[in-house]
Design a protein. Structure first.
Length: 141
């Protein structure tokens, strides 16, 4: 009888440890997805700076599009293109035509939104040159 209690106690302890581990893995996945998002946004900002710097050095006009993906040479791998509504996919990029925002839809469904700034009002934004930058808006749950 004593062995049954010991076995039950071991099963309970292992079950609790498994729950803690699953929670930690979920948080780690979310942190990795946010880090990937930040890396992709940094690459987009560098691409925007290159376009503006080229224009400053050699002249010419900036692209007319409000979609920052149209400005840069490299697109995110999971970019779905311009959409009129929210797509079904998870962990994808898309440009919302109606809101004129670049959106990353996380695995859990919440969205990080970005807007191309062309008028120099990029208060505290990174990689702003000649008033052009990529602003992160408030995430939507």
């Amino acid at each position: 009888m004593r062995r049954y209690y010991e076995f039950a106690l071991v099963v309970i302890v292992l079950g609790l440890l498994a729950l803690v581990l699953l929670g930690a893995l979920g948080r780690a996945r979310d942190a990795m997805e946010e880090a990937g998002l930040q890396a992709e946004v940094a690459a987009l900002r560098i691409g925007l700076v290159e376009v503006v710097a080229h224009r400053e050095a050699f002249g010419g006009a900036l692209p007319a599009s409000a979609n920052p993906i149209d400005w840069v040479a490299d697109r995110p791998v999971n970019y779905l293109g311009e959409q009129d509504g929210r797509p079904e996919g998870r962990s994808v990029w898309y440009f919302d035509r109606q809101a004129r925002e670049l959106v990353y839809q996380f695995h859990d469904g919440h969205r990080a939104r970005f807007r191309l700034s062309r008028d120099g009002r990029a208060d505290g934004s990174k990689a702003v040159i000649a008033g052009v930058g990529l602003l992160r808006l408030k995430d939507q749950r």
